[in-house]
Design a protein around this ligand. Structure first.
Ligand SMILES: *Cc1c(COP(=O)(O)O)cnc(C)c1O
Length: 375
């Protein structure tokens, strides 16, 4: 048999989750499909989302070109904008929308000689302190952008640092700063400056939608569109730190493999590198063709896993191409038995938690699997 590691992508679940984002936000949706759609396949996901979402966000011109070459004609936003001035020509050619997050980008944009104006998303740093111009500088920058021949449409955006924490006050603080910035821009104008706004990532859509709407409320008559930017939720994993909050999302990726060998490990013996698995009773373990070179986290401890339809645990040390599962209590399991690493039955968040990481990282890291797309 060929190596049995498979990633099954449920495009119907992807559409279902996108619909949740759309319904909850109630306005425009910019589907975040950077990093090859979080490991799910950017082109396939974009095609499946046509007609549900209003645009796609990626991290680089290379990611955008891949979509254009596949015939995607929807708006594509570059979340980090351009990295060097030389990219602008291709950005215009590929008809991309561009985030501007720093003064150096602004300097390049305002002095460039473009054959067509660009849609600009000005990123405001309201407290995350990663990307974005400072709130006090926004009014002046917006004036410059609004008057520039290189700028077509303007969107004001910000990004939350702690929207995954439903009891943190940080999101409300960031919202207040963003709302004040928007209001200040309008207060000093003879003529209103029209712009769009974009605030929510997945966590904010699921936990802070009402707060976001309230923050935009004073500007209602001036905002033509608001855009949410869901990423993780599209792929069916909850971004919220409180795992008890029901999101209704459906997992999109199911990662499966098979048992390729069975070992009996007597009480007192051990298995694998570092002899980490040392059972106190005679144990049966299955060796599964999936390891950290496939993206399975080496740091996973007692991660849940499904073998022949029954829940059990990953045991011992995860190696590069293989891992062990405990099948002592699953007598039906043998060579060839089906193993679900995560997906439909095993929550990717549970595996991530056992490895001290997030679903984001696990999804993005999947490699060497054969991909199958299901409608
Ligand atoms: C990646 C990204 C998102 C999507 O975040 P999720 O938590 O996956 O929803 C949204 N906005 C920006 C600016 C991003 O970089």
């Amino acid at each position: 048999m060929t190596r049995p590691l498979q990633a099954h992508i449920d495009l119907h679940a992807l559409q279902y989750n996108a619909q949740i984002a759309k319904t909850t936000h109630g306005d425009h949706v910019m589907a975040v499909i950077k990093a090859n759609a979080y490991g799910h396949g950017a082109v396939q996901c974009a095609q499946a989302l046509l007609g549900i979402v209003d645009g796609f966000a990626v991290a680089s011109l290379a990611e955008a070109s891949e979509l254009r070459e596949a015939g995607i004609s929807e708006p594509i936003l570059l979340l980090e904008g351009f990295f060097v001035a030389a990219e602008l020509e291709q950005i215009v050619k590929n008809d991309c929308w561009v985030v501007v997050h720093a003064q150096w980008q602004l300097d390049i944009l305002l002095t460039a000689n473009l054959i067509q104006p660009l849609s600009i998303w000005l990123k405001v740093d309201t407290g995350m302190h990663r990307l974005g111009v400072q709130p006090a500088a926004v009014e002046n920058i917006v004036q410059q952008l609004y008057q520039s021949e290189n700028v077509d449409n303007l969107t004001l955006m910000t990004h939350f640092a702690n929207a995954d924490n439903v009891i943190s006050g940080d999101t409300v603080d960031q919202l207040a700063i963003f709302s004040n910035v928007m209001q200040a821009i309008q207060a000093n104008q003879n003529r209103p400056i029209l712009f769009d706004a974009s605030l929510e990532n997945s966590a904010a859509i699921l936990a802070w939608q009402i707060s976001c709407e309230a923050a935009c409320e004073p500007l209602q008559s001036l905002l033509s569109r608001t855009w949410c930017r869901p990423g993780l939720m599209l792929y069916g994993a909850s971004p919220l730190t409180d795992i008890n909050i029901e999101t209704g999302l459906k997992p999109v990726m199911t990662l499966t493999s098979k048992i390729i060998a069975v070992q009996t490990v007597k009480a007192g013996q051990s298995a694998g590198y570092g002899s980490l698995f040392t059972p106190t009773r005679d144990a049966r373990i299955g060796v599964v063709a999936c390891g950290y070179a496939d993206g399975y986290p080496r740091s996973a401890k007692d991660a849940p896993v499904l073998v022949s339809g029954e829940k059990t645990q990953v045991v011992g040390r995860v190696s590069m191409d293989m891992l062990f599962v405990d099948i002592t209590d699953i007598p039906a399991a043998s060579v060839g038995s089906e193993v679900e690493l995560w997906g439909q039955h095993i929550a990717i968040n549970a595996v991530a938690h056992s490895a001290g990481t997030l679903a984001y990282e696990l999804m993005c890291n999947v490699k060497r699997a054969e991909f199958f797309y299901h409608n």
